[in-house]
Design a protein around this ligand. Structure first.
Ligand code: 16G
Length: 245
């Protein structure tokens, strides 16, 4: 195996050294010279091997962690994040998807409230005008990297209160006996507007996957309407296709 310095390549060029190191590390990740799940050596070793200061290493690594290309795992070190692969045909939750990949799911609340259904939602959710709903707006993180923005609306019968949802919406719905068993999903490529890009730590216009999910209970009632913006540079959706329908 070649040394890390060889895999990263030259740090020569213009601009501050930490920036050049960050660009070189990013190139190494993009060209797979550093593969998904590869661990970076500790800061001190990396600094010695590349003949730069620890502060330079830290600044370069901090930038790539913020971009989601590297992931810090507590007590274990810093790793190349790799893209998350999501099975498209499986009805799983964000928390389950991230945990299955050894990442730690986390959310930042933008809104957790009860209200009444809007005319548009009443069609999506199949509810009468004025029916109670809960609204959950969250930034979803894998470790320290923002991965998605999610706006969910749940009919009032689905949960005891808005506070019933802590880390995972699907855990709360399951505890209430209302986890969806089937869902319809529609997805398209979009560019993030300024506000959404900012919430995900990206530049305005950055690519994203916009996904609408409608989740159903066994009896056919709609239990979830969620709009998600998954960052385009971090997620691969994978589907198994069958010739016999
Ligand atoms: C996923 C679902 C979303 C669901 C959420 C629950 C997609 C595109 N969307 O992000 O509809 O509400 O998981 O996650 O997969 P939670 O149980 O971790 O809150």
């Amino acid at each position: 195996m070649s040394s890390l310095a060889e895999r990263i390549g030259s740090l020569e060029g213009q601009g501050p050294l930490y920036r050049r190191l960050r660009d070189a590390l990013q190139r190494a990740i993009e060209t797979s010279a550093l593969g998904p799940q590869d661990a970076l050596p500790p800061e001190r070793e990396l600094a010695a091997e590349l003949a730069v200061s620890r502060i330079t290493v830290r600044k370069a690594v901090d930038g790539l962690v913020a971009d989601g290309l590297l992931t810090r795992r507590q007590g274990a070190g810093t790793f190349v994040s790799g893209r998350v692969e999501k099975q498209f045909a499986k009805l799983t939750s964000f928390s389950e998807d991230m945990t299955a990949r050894g990442r730690t799911p986390r959310s930042e609340w933008l809104l957790r409230a009860s209200g009444t259904v809007t005319p548009e939602e009443s069609l999506t959710l199949g509810l009468s005008p004025g029916a109670p709903v809960y609204r959950f707006h969250r930034i979803r993180f894998a470790d320290e990297s923002p991965m998605a923005l999610e706006y969910s609306t749940i009919p009032g019968f689905g949960l005891a209160s808005a506070e019933a949802v802590h880390d995972s919406l699907y855990s709360a719905l399951k505890a209430a006996g209302n986890r969806p068993t089937r869902a319809l999903q529609r997805l398209r490529a979009v560019r993030l507007d300024g506000e959404r890009a900012k919430l995900l730590g990206l530049e305005p216009g950055a690519p994203a996957l916009y996904i609408e999910r409608r989740g159903f209970l066994d009896d056919g009632r709609v239990i979830e309407a969620t709009q998600s913006w998954y960052r385009g540079d971090a997620y691969d959706f994978v589907a198994e296709l069958n010739a016999r329908a």
